[in-house]
Write a protein that binds this ligand. Structure first.
Ligand SMILES: [Fe+2]
Length: 284
């Protein structure tokens, strides 16, 4: 849903106009929040829960971006700004590189609690903001933005986008107690919060930067493969240490991998049955 009520500034942002949200819109946020906080107990990574608490996302409706940003700024120097819809790549990377996360200001309708194609304020803020309060993940997001700016004219943005997709949006992490969720696309989705961790259908593979950037992804349904990082430190270090220019050249010589493939080189944490994906394809 594109917000056409305001003209964006040169940097693509608009005012959140928090006062204009209706009681029903705040109630939708509260319902989504209560459901996710419950399902994510024992499922989301500790840093995510800490971020939710630190940012004061404990009910009380859609967060005020200004007040949220004050807390984020104090923790890690990040802020959240409103945008009318998706912004183009250059602006998106420019914002990330300067520790600004851009978020949709609209919230889904009450009949869309379970599925929404475009990111709304619940996905963008509940899904993304808590980890921006973690110093290491905050650095990773900035590094990704800087990498995106360097890659803008390279013709490989679709491959770099896979890194964002399989980490920031749909990443899993290994903790002492087992696998945990951290990707915003998962933690803001009730169905995928269960599926990504518990369902036997998807593959769960060890994180490998080159392998991951060869892998296509699903934008219309649950992922068929999730990649598991060892820690945020490791994710950040691998991203900072990698010289992406030769990596992009190497990727040009390697064929893409389908969403459900397991290769002999993969570190297989769980080999998915793909039963869910097969069922869905059979009903199409
Ligand atoms: Fe997102």
């Amino acid at each position: 849903m594109i917000d056409t009520s305001q003209s964006p500034a040169a940097d693509g942002t608009i005012a959140q106009r928090w006062e204009s949200y209706t009681p029903e819109e705040h109630a939708t946020w509260d319902r989504l929040l209560a459901r996710q906080v419950h399902v994510l107990q024992g499922r989301a990574v500790d840093e995510f829960h800490r971020g939710v608490a630190m940012l004061g996302m404990d009910g009380g409706g859609i967060p005020h971006f200004g007040r949220l940003s004050e807390r984020l700024m104090a923790a890690t120097g990040w802020q959240v700004l409103a945008v009318p819809g998706l912004v183009d790549d250059a602006l998106f990377f420019e914002h990330l590189a300067n520790r600004r996360f851009v978020a949709g200001r609209f919230i889904r309708r009450p009949d869309q609690l379970d599925y929404l194609q475009e990111p709304d304020v619940f996905h963008d803020v509940f899904g993304h903001a808590p980890l921006l309060a973690d110093p290491v993940f905050a650095d990773y997001m900035q590094a990704y933005g800087e990498g995106g700016l360097r890659a803008l004219d390279s013709g490989v943005l679709h491959k770099l986008a896979r890194l964002y997709w399989y980490t920031v949006e749909f990443g899993l992490i290994r903790e002492a107690g087992g696998l945990r969720l951290y990707g915003a696309g998962i933690v803001s989705s009730f169905g995928e919060s269960n599926f990504a961790l518990d369902d036997p259908s998807p593959n769960r593979l060890g994180f490998d930067l080159v392998r991951l950037m060869r892998t296509r992804y699903r934008i219309d349904d649950y992922q068929e493969t999730y990649f598991v990082i060892d820690s945020f430190e490791d994710l950040l270090n691998q991203t900072l240490k990698t010289d992406f220019a030769p990596l992009y050249a190497e990727l040009e010589t390697l064929p893409d991998l389908e969403t459900n493939v397991v290769t002999p080189e993969d570190v297989v944490i769980h080999r998915g049955t793909q039963a869910y994906a097969r069922r869905k394809r059979a009903t199409l």
